[in-house]
Each structure stands twice: as C-alpha cells, then as structure tokens.
Design a protein around this ligand. Structure first.
Ligand SMILES: NC(=O)C1=CN([C@@H]2O[C@H](COP(=O)(O)OP(=O)(O)OC[C@H]3O[C@@H](n4cnc5c(N)ncnc54)[C@H](O)[C@@H]3O)[C@@H](O)[C@H]2O)C=CC1
Ligand SMILES: O=C(O)C1=NCCCC1
Length: 312
C-alpha cells in the first residue's frame, strides 16, 4: 500500500519557497513550455467551474514536466467579494503526485504558491522587458498579490520610488504601513501611473482601470488581474499600442478579456524571449498579460517538497 501524503502548511510553504530558488526554475519551465514539445511539458488548458450563485470560480490546473518528473495539480477557488467581506478572494491547494505509482506524495497550501509564483513570473517579465533606466514602480491594487509583487520586486530591483493606488485610500495606506520601506500612496490611478517605468496591475477589476493615455512610452506593464474572458484591467488604447507578451498563447486567447475584447495581437510568450526565439522589445511600451499556469505551480510544489524532505 502507498504511504499517506504529507501535509505541508501555509507557514511551511511560506518559509520553504524562496525567490532565489523559484525564479530560475520558473524561467526554465517557461522556456521549455514555449518549445511545444508535447512529450516534455503537458499542461492542458485550465478547467474553470463557474459558481454563479456565489460569484466565484473553481480552477483545476494539472501539469506534468517529463524531464524533472513532476506531476502536480492545483485547485484554486476565486471569488469577487464585496469590499468588506472577511472571506478570502483566492484559496488554493496543490497535490504533488508520484508520477510512476500515481499516489499523492504531498498536499500543500497553494495560496502562498499562487502569490509567490505569480509575482516571480511578473518579476521575470520585468527583468526581460522593462526599459533600461527604471526609477518608478507603480502597483495598482493593495491585496495579496500586491504584497507578493512588492516583496519580489524590491528584492530583485532597486527603484527610487514605489507608488501604490487602491480603490479605497485607507487600504493603500495600510499596504504602505505593512511593507518594509517607503511607499507613496496615490489618490488616483492617473497620479500613480504617470511617469512610472514599471506598472503592476493586481486588481479584481472587471472594467479597465489603467488607460493607455497615462502610460509613459517605453514603460512595462505586468497585468496580473482580469483572468476571465469578459474582465478587463487595461483599455483598448494600451492593449493595441503596446507589444503584448503572455505566459501561454492558448491561455491568454481563451481567458484574457484584455486580449480577446481589445483584439490585440500577441507578440510572444515569455518563454520565447527566454529561449531567444523572440526579441524583448524593451524600447517600446510592453504589456505582459499573466494568466497563471499549472507548470508554475508544479515546479513550486516540487521545490517546497524537496526542501521539506531535507529539513524534516
Ligand atoms: N495571473 C495570475 O497568475 C494570477 C492572477 N490573480 C489575479 O490577481 C488579482 C489580485 O489578486 P489578489 O491580490 O489575490 O486579490 P485580493 O482580493 O487580495 O486583492 C484585490 C485587489 O483588487 C482591488 N479591487 C477589487 N475590485 C476592484 C475594482 N473593481 N477596481 C479596482 N480595484 C479593485 C481590491 O481593493 C484589492 O486591492 C485578481 O484579479 C486575481 O484573480 C491571482 C492569482 C494568480
Ligand atoms: O493561476 C492562478 O492560480 C490563477 N489565475 C487566475 C485567477 C485565479 C488564480
């Protein structure tokens, strides 16, 4: 009989999953994915179960990475909650399997994995696509992803100024108190965005909050929210003027309202830039439209499990 799976808590995932280990693994798997070798990386389009009654969704995200022999599946629920709801917007678990035997080796918190790997991928997009001289970082939204993005961006880059905007100013002020280091709280998106070199959108908006007319030519936008085909964070002007990069063409063409509804064309996947088969057009305004991928969760879960084994 196979052994029972180990349970790895949120706190342990938080401690064990470090950006220094995570970023090279993500770069490598994104590159592998973009080679479209179906025997090497298997990641079906995520299945979404809408929960209309509760204004929510359940996403199922399996993946297999052959040369590292990683088989994993994340289940993630996400909800459009009222501003004052005490319930979390996103919750996730990751199952890590033994690919040979088929048993589950570990069940671990996937919420922290989602926060950290999403922010790490945005940091990779910025490393590749931001303008050579970057001084101002702008974060639109002040929730969980805002915090994880702040953490990895301040670890990897040095900005002269970091700005935050949130629908409610007091949330942006709370964010500024919670993070380590100075943050300018802005009263409008326009004020936050104008003059920024890197802009991160991490909101639950369904309509555009970021307008192209405010964006400095040559800036890089990491667009993380709006993960449904009828949701938007960016307006048509920005989507059509910028050079658009994505994590997965299939994912973006199916799930991203910013891409589908604007009619913008996708220039490249991040993995193609990593592989050197498509250029990083840093001199132009660039948008990285992130949707999230099962392979990102799979490499994260394997890192957590391997570290957990050495430390138990
Ligand atoms: N691309 C990816 O891989 C992933 C994307 N996401 C997406 O990232 C976004 C942020 O996620 P979390 O930080 O975990 O959520 P959260 O609930 O912690 O924070 C959401 C933020 O959006 C703001 N917001 C809500 N409705 C808004 C509106 N109509 N206009 C402007 N701001 C609004 C809230 O005030 C809050 O600051 C969500 O859209 C989520 O679905 C989350 C996980 C992975
Ligand atoms: O990749 C993920 O995980 C998610 N992406 C879109 C929104 C929910 C979680």
């Amino acid at each position: 009989m196979s052994e029972l799976p180990v349970l790895i808590s949120r706190e342990e995932v938080m401690r064990l999953l470090q950006n220094d280990d995570l970023i090279p693994k993500l770069e490598s798997v994104l590159g592998m994915f973009s080679k479209r070798n179906g025997a090497e990386v298997i990641q079906p389009l995520r299945t979404i179960v809408p929960l209309q009654k509760y204004n929510g969704f359940l996403g199922l995200m399996p993946a297999y990475i052959a040369h590292e022999d990683i088989l994993a599946a994340k289940m993630v629920s996400f909800y459009q909650r009222d501003n004052d709801s005490v319930l979390p917007a996103h919750q996730a678990s990751v199952l890590l399997f033994d690919p040979e035997r088929g048993n589950v080796k570990a069940v671990m918190d996937g919420t922290v994995i989602t926060e950290k790997r999403t922010a790490a991928v945005s940091a990779i997009s910025s490393k590749l696509l931001m303008p050579p001289k970057t001084e101002v970082l702008c974060i639109l939204g002040s929730g969980h992803q805002a915090v994880s993005h702040y953490d990895v961006f301040t670890q990897m880059f040095s900005f002269k100024e970091i700005r935050v905007w949130s629908r409610r100013r007091e949330r942006a002020e709370q964010f500024a108190r919670d993070v380590q280091g100075p943050v300018t709280v802005c009263s409008s998106v326009k004020q936050a965005v104008e003059g920024s070199d890197v802009i991160i959108t991490v909101t639950m908006a369904k309509e555009p909050v970021l307008l192209g007319e405010w964006v400095k030519p040559g800036a890089h936008v990491a667009a993380v929210g709006a993960c449904r085909p009828d949701w938007r964070e960016l307006d048509n002007a920005l989507m059509r003027e910028a050079v658009v990069y994505v994590d997965s063409r299939e994912g973006a063409s199916t799930e991203s309202g910013d891409i589908i509804l604007s009619g913008a064309s996708i220039f490249a996947e991040l993995g193609e830039v990593i592989n050197g088969t498509k250029p990083a057009q840093c001199e132009k305004t660039t948008v990285f439209k992130s949707l999230g991928m099962g392979i990102q969760d799979a490499v994260s879960a394997k890192l957590v499990f391997d570290k957990w084994k050495t430390q138990k």
